[in-house]
Write a protein that binds this ligand. Structure first.
Ligand SMILES: [Zn+2]
Ligand SMILES: [Zn+2]
Length: 212
């Protein structure tokens, strides 16, 4: 990843995707607007936006190769390409190759939700306005727990410092991040990030049930 340019920037440029958006000037403008909910109020998540981007990519390539894009074609091809069924995916890939499309290259150029997240936050410097409803008691309760923990650790540090067991320890800054981990893999994510993206582990903890 080169500085300030992620996969989304590169793919957007490679396929001239900016020319394919209609209501907005650029792909980035559309992504940011939909993410922050600046136009329609309800904001889209990383998954929704990544899927939109990938379908836009498919449509652009299909148009170039004269492959039909009407009806549910894009939708169903995209589902097949990203789904769990290897046979169905191979079928569509074969189909694309038959149409003269570099199917594997196309698949390689699709983006994940985490790439979308990096793009929105780091490349575009986007900030999602935090709504009152999103800081309900659950999050407040966790931040209280963090503060209590921090003050207990502080107390312990001061004592250890004065006993000479940890000289200078009382001058340390205490960071009490609450990390959530998946019992089935190595995924570990800060509590706040999990809330924001809407799941803890994409593969093992019911992310399939996440509507977006
Ligand atoms: Zn980017
Ligand atoms: Zn997992």
């Amino acid at each position: 990843m080169t500085e300030g340019r992620c996969k989304i920037d590169i793919v957007t440029e490679r396929y001239d995707l900016d020319d394919t958006v209609t209501r907005y000037a650029t792909v980035d403008e559309r992504l940011l607007t939909r993410w922050t909910g600046a136009d329609e109020g309800d904001s889209a998540g990383y998954r929704t936006l990544a899927a939109w981007f990938n379908r836009r990519l498919l449509k652009t390539v299909y148009d170039e190769h004269g492959r039909e894009t009407t009806g549910k074609r894009i939708e169903s091809d995209y589902e097949a390409l990203t789904g769990d069924d290897d046979l169905v995916r191979e079928d569509v890939l074969d189909d694309l190759r038959g149409a003269g499309i570099d199917a594997d290259g196309l698949l390689d150029d699709t983006v994940s939700w985490s790439t979308m997240r990096t793009h929105l936050k780091d490349c575009l410097g986007g900030e999602k306005p935090v709504r009152e409803a999103e800081t309900e008691w659950e999050q407040k309760s966790v931040s209280v727990a963090r503060r209590v923990t921090a003050s207990k650790v502080d107390e312990a540090l001061r004592s250890l410092d004065s006993k000479g067991r940890l000289p200078g320890g009382s001058g340390a800054e205490v960071d009490t991040q609450i990390l959530l981990s998946c019992p089935d893999c190595l995924i570990r994510i800060p509590f706040d990030d999990a809330i924001e993206r809407g799941f803890v582990c994409e593969d093992h903890l019911g992310a399939e049930a996440v509507s977006e």
